[in-house]
Design a protein around this ligand. Sequence first.
Ligand SMILES: [Zn+2]
Length: 231
Amino acid sequence: MSAFNLTFHHKDLICSLVRTKRVTISLTCTPEGTVQVRGPLRTSVDDAKKVIDANMPWIRHKLTVMKTARKELFYDEKSIRLLGRSFTVLEGDRHDHGEDWIMIPQNAENRKKAIDKSCRMLAEKVFRERIDHFAPLIGVKPGKVKIGWGITQKWGSCSRNGDLYFTWKALFCEPYDLDYLVVHELCHLRHHDHSQRFWTCVACYVPDYQACRERMEKVHAAIRAQGWVNY
Ligand SMILES: [Zn+2]
């Protein structure tokens, strides 16, 4: 730990202060259930505590979300929960998938990486189907569709020229929430921003999209907590 980082306790929370050459102070909750304050070099522990106190309701909410996230297990070696149901993880001679199973090569050195590849293939099929369903309804024609493995804060994106990107990790979400994601990106082909007009467009097809966003936030925390980010 460098001189610029330190850990301290505040109330019942384990907190850390990370001092860098930044100008503003920011606050995050980690999947491990700690609170991290990042601030300029001159930030003191007292400054950090003030920021924490000022944001206590938000911190409590985030930590509860993260705690639930650690409990809902998505994967237990033999099965993986995708699209709201259980898929058996089979070992075979190839990467493949079916209605309720995925196949990975036998004795895969990195099991998660092997699962990653099979899930990406499954995601290509699932997203293709949902895009084919929603694109004509919304009246848009997407360009290329790329399925990746990344997950930061984004489940998907839409480029200026109309190409769409989705992470296969959206398969960890319920089918209805995955539909919201598809609708969200397709609506960007009409409105390249998050303006009121954009959200009105989304609401035409997914009226309760706000609930989808909240559920997906929980899934996102769970994915992070269960090591589906780097492997
Ligand atoms: Zn968007």
